[in-house]
Design a protein around this ligand. Structure first.
Ligand SMILES: NC(=O)c1ccc[n+]([C@@H]2O[C@H](COP(=O)([O-])OP(=O)(O)OC[C@H]3O[C@@H](n4cnc5c(N)ncnc54)[C@H](OP(=O)(O)O)[C@@H]3O)[C@@H](O)[C@H]2O)c1
Length: 327
């Protein structure tokens, strides 16, 4: 295997050598590096080895014929025999042994320039291949970067045409102490608050906990109800969507540009971290309750609107409509 590579290299370097001779340049030109010179020298050495072997073969043939003629024609040592055979037979056998040893040396023992030289050549070849692999790798990395950049660019370009995510809005009425309900009922009657609730939520998805849903005598008109429960077989009237988590409720409302989270206490608490907006009616009283609205962290929410309402015949308490948006 190694030999194959070595001869290929040798051929290449002979071409270089012939080129040099053609142009009459005896000294190594700058194109020939140290490695090529080494290959040329090795190839020449190899030819000398083979020539010597050829001369040896010719000498052996002539010598053998000479020995046969000396014995049989000229009668030299006619009487000398060994184990009943003529002496020249043993002389030829001995020479043949030396010739075979020479042959073995040239083609087997000193395969081309020896094991060390072959190993060195192989290492050089491996190093070259590794270098090429490294260059190909670098090229691939560059291509990947360009591709990734173009994908990011396309995505960024495509974004304006993609529909913006819904504005998830919490809508609630909470007392000064955050009370929102007791015994699964609202605590107050504020006509203007109910009107506002209807105006804002009509035509939209309204997401609620199972308890809030059950606090209604019947589903509210002109709104898609999404009810969250852990019960696997919860039954509700046709048109009411039943889900098992807040995430699923949001997913079920994704066609809506502004789905509303309408309560109660458990669902408000879970939705505070993901909502974009809060439409709060702050009732300026404190009440005993069993359901509460969570604290609004002023570090996370900024007040963008605040409208005060006095109490009157339709509204038994003072209240304010306050809008919060996530900072
Ligand atoms: N003032 C206001 O603006 C306002 C608005 C709405 C409601 N409220 C009041 O709030 C009170 C009700 O609130 P509440 O906190 O008691 O109940 P809720 O939040 O309305 O509903 C709680 C129920 O929702 C389901 N649920 C909650 N988290 C869930 C989750 N992560 N995965 C699956 N299901 C989940 C459970 O149903 P299952 O038990 O079926 O599994 C749970 O029992 C009532 O008094 C109501 O009048 C007030």
């Amino acid at each position: 295997m190694h030999n194959h590579y070595a001869f290929t290299k040798k051929d290449f370097n002979f071409t270089t050598l012939i080129d040099l001779d053609m142009f009459g340049k005896k000294k190594a030109s700058p194109q020939i590096d140290k490695e090529q010179l080494e290959l040329i020298e090795n190839a020449q050495k190899r030819i000398r080895q083979k020539k010597r072997l050829y001369v040896h073969f010719v000498l052996f043939l002539i010598g053998a014929i000479f020995l046969i003629v000396a014995n049989t024609v000229l009668g030299i040592g006619e009487d000398v025999t060994l184990f009943g055979k003529e002496w020249f037979l043993f002389a030829i056998m001995l020479w043949l042994f030396f010739f075979l040893y020479h042959l073995f040396n040239v083609f087997v023992t000193h395969k081309f320039m020896g094991k060390a030289w072959e190993k060195q050549q192989l290492e050089k070849l491996v190093a070259k291949q590794q270098d090429r692999i490294e260059k190909i790798k670098q090229g691939l990395i560059k291509e990947e970067t360009v591709l990734a950049k173009s994908e990011v660019y396309n995505e960024t370009k495509a974004k304006p045409s993609v529909k913006k995510r819904s504005i998830l809005t919490i809508i609630a009425a909470a007392a000064e102490n955050n009370a929102i309900g007791k015994d699964n009922q609202l605590i107050w009657h504020l006509s203007d608050d109910l009107k506002r609730f209807k105006a804002l939520t009509s035509g939209h998805h309204i997401i609620m906990g199972r308890k809030t849903f059950e606090s209604f005598p019947k589903p509210l008109p002109n709104r898609t109800h999404v009810v969250i429960t852990r019960q696997a077989d919860y039954k509700a009237p046709d048109g009411v969507i039943i889900v098992n988590s807040l995430e699923d409720a949001i997913d079920a409302s994704k066609s809506d540009a502004q789905p509303f989270i309408i309560g109660g206490g458990q669902i408000y608490k879970q939705a505070m971290g993901i909502a974009d907006k809060i439409e709060l009616t702050r009732v300026h009283e404190s009440f005993e309750a069993d359901a509460f609205f969570p604290e609004i962290d002023s570090n996370l929410w900024k007040e963008t609107n605040n409208t005060f309402h006095k109490k009157d015949s339709d509204n038994e308490f003072e209240f304010s409509f306050i809008t919060y948006e996530r900072k």
